[in-house]
Design a protein around this ligand. Structure first.
Ligand SMILES: NC(=O)c1ccc[n+]([C@@H]2O[C@H](COP(=O)([O-])OP(=O)(O)OC[C@H]3O[C@@H](n4cnc5c(N)ncnc54)[C@H](OP(=O)(O)O)[C@@H]3O)[C@@H](O)[C@H]2O)c1
Length: 264
């Protein structure tokens, strides 16, 4: 088969949806795995051209039975997998004093155990491709404390999973890298009820932009372009890398005056 096949977890929204669109725009095959039918419908309403071009499978990445289901589906349809984007994630807030143990477990389950389960399940198909690429969507919160304790720890763990897998899977010519976005405008903050309403979310975005040396927060395609590069042959000697794509927020410090939002 000429076309390459990629699984993108969480392809029904935000960054994953953009990655899904970019893969299909290149003429390749993209399959999404996510839980809620409503979000798939929302995505198809926003981008009707995806109907019939991308596959949306329902399932939970933290569930081993669902991972087996997607393995069987991909195996019977395609027989191999050129790439896996472990993008699905949830956001929770809170400090050690305010986070609930349920939220802690849920966050670690989805953001860290999920990519582990999916990668382990799909390994036979990735090996069959004779060279493959795994991209884990982490966060700058995995590199320095931010957002919430459970979220930050889950993403730091994901970065170590990236490094470990890169060592384990290099001999099979399977590359594994992390992309660590800064703040990106998606549905994640409102869908995960981090803010009570859109107004307070927009206020936070407004306050955040000047903290970014490039003067703006990110858009989904800022992240997707790096992911598509890492999936491609152009990145054939890159593995085990943890790559911030963050408008420079990781180098922001007191010596860099906060930027004003761009006025145009
Ligand atoms: N947006 C940001 O500012 C930002 C910054 C840094 C890192 N990131 C990371 O980027 C990734 C994508 O985030 P986003 O902002 O695009 O979020 P989003 O718009 O909320 O999309 C998240 C996607 O993941 C799916 N998902 C969540 N839990 C799942 C599960 N257990 N099994 C399968 N699918 C699941 C969601 O669908 P269902 O809910 O229907 O399952 C949805 O499709 C996440 O890993 C996030 O941590 C985002």
């Amino acid at each position: 088969m000429d076309k390459k096949v990629y699984l993108v977890s969480g392809g029904s929204s935000g960054i994953g949806l953009q990655i899904l669109r970019d893969i299909t725009d290149q003429g390749n095959i993209a399959i999404s795995l996510s839980r809620n039918k409503e979000k798939v419908e929302r995505a198809l309403k926003q981008f009707p051209d995806l109907e019939g071009r991308a596959d949306f499978i329902l399932g939970d990445i933290s569930n081993t039975t669902d991972a087996e289901k997607i393995l069987n589906y991909l195996e019977s349809r395609y027989g191999s997998l050129n790439g896996l984007v472990n993008n699905a994630g949830v956001l929770t807030k809170g400090t050690i004093e305010t986070v609930s143990t349920d939220d802690w477990k849920f966050t670690l389950d989805v953001n860290l155990t999920g990519p582990y389960i999916l990668t382990k399940a799909l390994l036979p198909l990735l090996k069959n491709a004779g060279g493959a690429s795994i991209v884990n969507i982490s966060s700058v919160a995995g590199l320095k404390p931010g957002t919430g304790i459970a979220y930050s720890v889950s993403k730091a763990g994901l970065d170590m999973l990236t490094r470990f897998l890169a060592g384990d899977l290099g001999p099979y010519n399977i590359r594994v890298n992390s992309v660590n976005p800064g703040l990106v405008r998606t549905n994640i903050h409102l869908d995960n009820k981090i803010f009570d309403d859109r107004d307070s979310y927009e206020k936070m975005l407004g306050k955040a932009s000047p903290r970014y040396p490039l003067g703006r927060i990110g858009e989904a395609d800022d992240i997707s372009s790096m992911v598509l590069f890492l999936l491609s042959e152009q990145a054939s000697w890159i593995t085990g890398s943890i790559i911030p794509v963050d408008g420079g927020v990781m180098v922001e410090n007191d010596l860099i005056p906060p930027k004003q939002p761009t006025s145009s």
